[in-house]
Each structure stands twice: as structure tokens, then as C-alpha cells.
Design a protein around this ligand. Structure first.
Ligand code: SF4
Length: 477
């Protein structure tokens, strides 16, 4: 999972791209990077949070009114400096891209790039392969003179890329002397939203994984980059767009469960409202299945589950309590790489509140149960603080299958629901009652309202039905 942004503006973009990185920090804490251009490309990137990577001094060197940024959360490739995005190539033009997602036919494409095209790959990152596929397609004969001609070339290049590259990819890019480009894979698996604002001299344009920074930067939401769409903003701010391919729209449902910030609106669905509805549907299921089990208190596993817990408590008419205090200065558990780090960090970041827990029947609401470690630790904490009984509900159905579209769930063995039955999970977590959301109820929660077009979201990690087949996925299904 990563966060990307791209801005075309009538003023320097470096500070605003930094703001994008800060507002998308929840999507990737491993590294951050930015590239801008005026007459030449300017770049800065490094490991860590945005505020560790960027300083006033290095931001000042990122000149230009067009640029892209990236928050990294590695799902493919290693941990070297070279893997940090944006990635770039100098032929043709000078192209840089930032990518959110994961490519499923990576091996096949590597062969094409290295064997057929004789291009050298610096890293094992799928983004670098994506860059070279794009560069190869743009490196055709002829020199487009006008923006219209260049857009025709782009359409041809990205159209071919759409045919070749399988998997999930939302991309922002800059091309020296030409402008800003963005495109989203034909299934629209990863989000990509767009915004506009008036500026002296004309309109500014922003494209980003979420619209979380639009308000503070004065941008107005203009919906989404459509699946299979290519958008090009030339150096003069003229916008060209075309939907090159139309396939079934399969946006990731896990964005609504966990990844996206609650204030984001993705694919025309508000994340906050969808989480409220998840809690509501889960509460109806609870009352149906366990009408005589009434907790004294409903506590969210902070903080993604806060919203679902709020509506859950409201529906079952039980007090909502923030009985686990979360230290906001520790990174998100799920996003941290390495099991050891994960376990250690749970205790460091969550502190149970005695008054809210002792001698009570506690119902914990979590957004999902992925590996099960965090949930187990939370249950232990709550028991240690004197809970009489502990019930656990998950706003997401059992996560049973790996994700090949950009989320770090590598093997079924690591997923607790991938190799344990519900009764065993209940025992492992040490809870008196365990309830998972039903898949239909989750889909209903996301799609109940709004002028959206989500009929078949990607739920492969829940139902094992992979919508895009690359070689790796094909072996699995
Ligand atoms: Fe999202 Fe799961 Fe699909 Fe991955 S497999 S894209 S996490 S819904």
C-alpha cells in the first residue's frame, strides 16, 4: 500500500507535495520521495516518515511547478534506497513515475524489459519495470510537436501498457518538457482521485491516492481518475483525458475497512460513512446471533475501528468507551514490517484504562483480524485489566487469502483465518464470543449509498476470487 500524488500548479509545488506526503502518511511509513521539474528534474527521497526525509533546505531545491510524490509501503522489491519512489529514466525525454499497487505478471515483464529490450534494471521493484514499459512505448519514431500529438503518442503507449501489465497500478508521472501524466489500471483496484483549484494565471490540478489534503490546500474534489483512464496536463495547463480501456470496476474493499483515512472519499464513497454502516450491519448480526449476550461496554481497537465501534454501540444501545488509549506517536502496527517489531509496538502504543475495563463484560470492535497477533495482545491486555468477559467482533470478514494487488498479506500461513477455523481462532484469541462481519454485509456497507459505480469490488483476500490474473495469481486460483 502506498500513497501517491501529482500536482500541476501555477506556483512551485514542492511544499504542497510535502503536504500530500504528510496527509498520505498513513498509507506508507517506510520511505518518502518527491520529484519536480523546471528545466531539469529535481529529486529527493529517503527512508522514514515525510518529516524525517524532508527539510526546508532540501525542499527549497525541488524547483518547478509540476511534480509527483510517493509514500512507500513495500509490497514488492527490497529495502534499498534505489527502491524508494519516484523512479525515473532519462530516455526518452526524462520520465519519472510514482506507483501505488502491485504488478502480478512481473516476471514476464522483466523478461521483456531485460531480454528483448536490453534495458538494465537497477532494482527488483515492479515500479521500475512499469517505468521501462512506458518508456519503451514512448520511445517510438517521430517527434510530436504539439500537445495534441504528444497526447496521441501517450494514448498509444499507455493503451499498450494496459494490455501488457496485469495487476493493480495507479500512477502519477512527470515527463520533462511535456507535463504531468496520470493513469489507473483498467480495473481501478487502487484509488486515484482528482481535484482542481483556481490560481492566478489559471487552474491548478492535483491527483492523489486520497482527497485527504484537498481541503487544506484549497482544492475542490473533482471525482476520480476512471479505471483505464489516462490524463495528461501539458506545460500550459491544458488537460487531455481519455478512457482507453473499459473493464469491470473492481476497487479494493480493504481501503474502506482499513487503509484509507476516515475523512477520505474514494470512488465516490465516503470512508467514514461506510465504516459507520459496517458497525451498524455488524450490530444487527450480533443481536440476531447473540440476543442474550449483552456487553457492559463497547471498546474499539483504536483507531481505525473507532467509527465502526461507535455505530455498533449505538445500535446495540451499550456505552461506547475509548478504553484503550492509543499513543499517537507510534506507527500503525499493521504497516510496520517484521513480526518482532509488531509485537513490541502493541504494548508501547496501547494503554488499557482500568476504570473502563475492570469487572466489565467488554466487547472489542476491530476493523479486521489479519494475522491475529494484535487482536490476541489486545484481548490479553483487557483480561489483565480485570475484564469479566471479552467478546470480539471484526468489521471485516475473515481474511483468508493473500493480496497480490499491493497489500502486505503475503501467505495464507500468516493469515490466521487462512489456516484456522473460527472456533480455533476464538480459542487462539482467548475470547468468549467471536463474530465476523458477513461478506454481503460488508459489501452492503460500502455500496449502500452514493452515486458510485461499485458493483463488484475486489475482495480476493476474503473470497479468494482474484479479478486480475497474472502468473502468480493464476497458480493460486
Ligand atoms: Fe484489497 Fe483484498 Fe483485493 Fe488486495 S485482495 S486489493 S486487500 S480487497
Amino acid at each position: 500500500m502506498c500513497g501517491i500524488a501529482g500536482i500541476y500548479s501555477h506556483k512551485p509545488v514542492a511544499n504542497e507535495l510535502y503536504e500530500c506526503i504528510v496527509h498520505l502518511q498513513h498509507r506508507g511509513q517506510d520511505a518518502a520521495g518527491m520529484m519536480t521539474y523546471d528545466k531539469r528534474m529535481h529529486k529527493h527521497k529517503g527512508s522514514g516518515l515525510g518529516n524525517e526525509v524532508f527539510t526546508e533546505d532540501n525542499l527549497r531545491l525541488l524547483l518547478g511547478n509540476v511534480g509527483i510524490s510517493h509514500n512507500r509501503y513495500p509490497t514488492h522489491g527490497g529495502f534499498s534506497h534505489g527502491e524508494i519512489q519516484p523512479v525515473w529514466t532519462s530516455v526518452p525525454y526524462g520520465i519519472a513515475i510514482a506507483h501505488n499497487g502491485q504488478i502480478t505478471n512481473y516476471d514476464e515483464l522483466v523478461e521483456e524489459v531485460t531480454q528483448k529490450e536490453k534495458r538494465y534494471l537497477n532494482t527488483t521493484s515492479d515500479t521500475e519495470v512499469l517505468l521501462h514499459i512506458l518508456a519503451k512505448e514512448l520511445n517510438k519514431d517521430g517527434t510530436p510537436q504539439t500537445s495534441e500529438e504528444f497526447f496521441d503518442l501517450l494514448c498509444e503507449a499507455v493503451g499498450t501498457l494496459f494490455k501488457k501489465v496485469k495487476g493493480a497500478y495507479s500512477v502519477t508521472g512527470i515527463i520533462i518538457g511535456k507535463g504531468l501524466i496520470v493513469f489507473r489500471d483498467p480495473r481501478g483496484i487502487r484509488p486515484l482521485v482528482r481535484g482542481e483549484r483556481d490560481n492566478k494565471g489559471g487552474k491548478d490540478y492535483i491527483f492523489a491516492s486520497e482527497n485527504t489534503m484537498f481541503y487544506s490546500m484549497g482544492y475542490e474534489s473533482k471525482g476520480n481518475v476512471l479505471p483505464g483512464e489516462l490524463i495528461y496536463v501539458d506545460n500550459d495547463g491544458k488537460v487531455f483525458s481519455k478512457r482507453l480501456v473499459k473493464e469491470e470496476f473492481n476497487p479494493c474493499i480493504f481501503e474502506y475497512v482499513y487503509f484509507a483515512r476516515p475523512d477520505a472519499v474514494l470512488n465516490d464513497v465516503g470512508v467514514y460513512r461506510s465504516r459507520l454502516r459496517m458497525g451498524q450491519n455488524l450490530a444487527y448480526a450480533w443481536m440476531k446471533k447473540h440476543p442474550y449476550v449483552v456487553p457492559d461496554i463497547v471498546i474499539p481497537a483504536p483507531s481505525t475501528a473507532n467509527t465502526a465501534a461507535l455505530s455498533f454501540a449505538h445500535e446495540i444501545d451499550v456505552r461506547y468507551s475509548e478504553g484503550l488509549y492509543k499513543n499517537p506517536f507510534v506507527g500503525r502496527t499493521f504497516i510496520m514490517s517484521g513480526q518482532k517489531e509488531r509485537k513490541r509496538s502493541i504494548k508501547h502504543k496501547l494503554v488499557p484504562q482500568d476504570t473502563e475495563i475492570r469487572d466489565k463484560k467488554v466487547l472489542i470492535v476491530d476493523d479486521s483480524i489479519v494475522r491475529g497477533n494484535t487482536s490476541r495482545e489486545i484481548v490479553k491486555m483487557v483480561r489483565n485489566f480485570g475484564a469479566k468477559e471479552v467478546y470480539f467482533v471484526s468489521a471485516c470478514p475473515p481474511v483468508k487469502h493473500p493480496c497480490y494487488y499491493g497489500v502486505d498479506m503475503p501467505t495464507s500461513e500468516e493469515l490466521i483465518a487462512g489456516n484456522k477455523r473460527e472456533e480455533e481462532i476464538k480459542k487462539y484469541l482467548g475470547v468468549d464470543v467471536l463474530l465476523y462481519q458477513e461478506i454481503d454485509d460488508l459489501v452492503e456497507a460500502v455500496t449502500r449509498k452514493g452515486d458510485h459505480h461499485i458493483k463488484n469490488p475486489c475482495m480476493a483476500c476474503l473470497d479468494g476470487h482474484y479479478k486480475v490474473n497474472g502468473r502468480k495469481v493464476h497458480e493460486l486460483v
